[in-house]
Design a binder for this molecule. Structure first.
Ligand SMILES: Cc1cc2nc3c(=O)[nH]c(=O)nc-3n(C[C@H](O)[C@H](O)[C@H](O)COP(=O)(O)O)c2cc1C
Length: 202
């Protein structure tokens, strides 16, 4: 009898423990994800955030989406620096006039090109841009909000981000993606413009 009680208690604890842990892990991930086209057309730059943290699991979903992107010659010349420390986000927010929202973001991902990997050209910019868009779409899919803040091509901000993040010389930040829970203030734009389409020939 005593053994049976112990077994029941053990099973209950295991079940409770598993439920508690899984709730902790998955609580912030929506159980249903909208379809791809809905996500694409709902994506918008989000610069205003709720005061709510994003979890490591949410960030890993975004990073997995980034690394699913196509790259020239399948070289994958990317590096991702994930920032959640508020003091670091504050420091990064000073990189350019366009990075100010980082001070109120819950997290950021600096998408960087590793110029020692892949082709000796700037094709890493294309590769890392594809990864960045995947991240932005994954952000939308899981109910977060984000904005791409441009770093690359701005000489001083590039040096600043390299210094703040301690990047090796051959690693160049393309952008810093600012991430948080959206307030709902920002809406997607309708950019459909048939005059931009040239069927068969200009
Ligand atoms: C290469 C690139 C650089 C950008 N840099 C910034 C930036 O520094 N700061 C910012 O607030 N938004 C930046 N954006 C976001 C654009 O302003 C935004 O995508 C554009 O206004 C269209 O709005 P939407 O993203 O809501 O469709 C950048 C976007 C791209 C693709």
């Amino acid at each position: 009898m005593k053994t049976a009680k112990s077994i029941i208690l053990y099973v209950a604890l295991v079940l409770f423990g598993f439920t508690a842990v899984s709730e902790l892990l998955f609580a912030q991930i929506p159980s249903t994800i909208p379809d791809a086209l809905t996500v694409i057309h709902s994506r918008k730059s989000v610069r205003k955030y709720l005061d709510k943290p994003v979890s490591k699991e949410q960030l890993e979903i975004l990073l997995r989406a980034g690394m699913a992107a196509p790259t020239a010659g399948d070289k994958r010349p990317w590096e991702f620096v994930v920032i959640t420390d508020p003091a670091m986000l504050d420091t990064l927010s000073l990189a350019t006039r366009g990075t100010r929202m980082l001070s109120s973001a819950a997290a950021a991902i600096a998408v960087c090109g590793n110029t020692s990997i892949g082709f000796k050209s700037e094709v890493w910019v294309h590769d890392c841009s594809a990864a960045s868009e995947n991240i932005l779409l994954a952000v939308e899919a899981i109910g977060l909000g984000a904005v791409w803040t441009g770093i690359y091509l701005n000489v001083e901000p590039t040096k600043y981000v390299q210094r703040v993040l301690g990047l090796p010389e051959e690693v160049i930040p393309l952008n810093v993606i600012s991430i948080g829970y959206p307030t709902g203030a920002e809406k997607p734009k309708n950019k459909w413009d048939p005059t931009k389409i040239h069927w068969e020939k200009w």
